[in-house]
Design a protein around this ligand. Structure first.
Ligand code: C2E
Ligand code: MG
Ligand code: MG
Ligand code: MG
Length: 285
């Protein structure tokens, strides 16, 4: 089960001693209260168009400021949130807050960019995701074209027919869709064609050794070619060096994201970036 759901998952908690169990149950309890106690915060990571060198998007990444444990990374609590179903209200909050924030920046007159929000498989199985997205867009007043939903390749392939159905409804609203962590799952190209998606995000594990490992280089090349032949744009995750960027540029990758440009940062820092872009009339980060 854990294996099927990917490496950052429940298996983290699996080989437990009893004290770990207590810790885990405590964490679950805390997680239940975290939303109402306003302990979550969204960090944003810029996405840069290779062609223009400009920031065209921001990925919303959740952080949990635990009152005693400090900052807890999503890799540690998202799996727990998924297991317990808490990801449904948490995911809705992220969606709402990211859209609200983006609209606020647009109202302030900054360069418009898409906000990318991560979703979990559970959100496609439970509740009515398309309706939720529609409500959030209406309530926040964000134009759908400035919202993008990310779902991982594994989540997309889990009850794929149901996912395709919901994605089609969301797509009709005018929202963009991307497949996250591409290459780590097991989607067949045939299936991929049936998903109404706009972007493939190449997982950072492939990007990491792109300049050293010829297998990774070949794989990334192939992924870009497949994506383009299906009319999808390609986002490379985890770009940390100039050499990686050069490789991706040469292979006609469309968008890059990674520490080379910026780590995920709080909204206040994004606002400073937007301000300086405004005064420099939209130059690079
Ligand atoms: P992801 O969606 O694939 O996000 C990319 C992760 O890579 C982020 O980790 C980001 O901080 C990290 N990253 C970005 N650039 C670099 C780089 O150059 N080098 C390295 N080593 N890492 C880089 P983060 O923020 O810890 O999030 C981990 C995962 O947690 C995300 O992976 C996503 O699957 C999940 N997640 C985060 N926020 C949410 C959320 O609101 N909802 C859901 N369902 N999942 C979320
Ligand atoms: Mg993502
Ligand atoms: Mg990813
Ligand atoms: Mg990931």
């Amino acid at each position: 089960r854990a294996k099927e759901q990917g490496k950052n998952n429940y298996q983290f908690f699996a080989p437990v001693l009893s004290s770990d169990w207590v810790q885990w149950l405590t964490l679950e309890n805390d997680l239940r209260k975290a939303l109402e106690r306003k302990e979550f915060k969204i960090y944003y990571q810029p996405q840069i168009s290779i062609r223009t060198g400009r920031v065209i998007g921001l990925e919303a990444l959740i952080r949990w400021h635990h009152p005693e444990k400090g900052l807890i990374s999503p890799a540690q609590f998202i799996p727990l949130a998924e297991e317990t179903g808490l990801i449904v209200p948490i995911g809705e909050w992220v969606l709402w807050e990211a859209c609200r924030q983006n609209r606020e920046w647009q109202d302030a007159g900054y360069a418009k960019m898409r906000i990318a929000v991560n979703t979990s498989a559970r959100q496609f199985q439970q509740g009515n995701l398309a309706q939720t997205v529609q409500n959030v867009l209406r309530e926040t007043g964000l134009d759908p074209r400035w919202l993008e939903l990310e779902l991982t390749e594994s989540a997309a392939m889990h009850q794929a027919e149901n996912v395709i159905d919901i994605l089609q409804q969301i797509k009709k609203l005018g929202v963009s869709i991307s497949i996250d962590d591409f290459g780590t799952g097991y989607s067949s190209l045939n299936y991929l064609k049936r998903f109404p998606v706009d972007f493939l995000k190449i997982d950072q594990t492939f990007v990491h050794d792109i300049n050293q490992d010829s297998d990774d280089a070949v794989i990334v090349n192939a992924m870009i070619a497949v994506a383009h032949s299906l009319n999808l744009k390609v986002v490379a995750e985890g770009v940390e060096t100039q050499e990686q960027l050069d490789f991706l540029k040469q292979r006609r990758c469309d968008v890059v994201q990674g520490y080379f440009f910026s780590k995920p940062v709080p909204g206040e820092e994004i606002e400073s970036m937007l301000k300086s872009m405004k005064s420099k009339k939209g130059t690079h980060v």
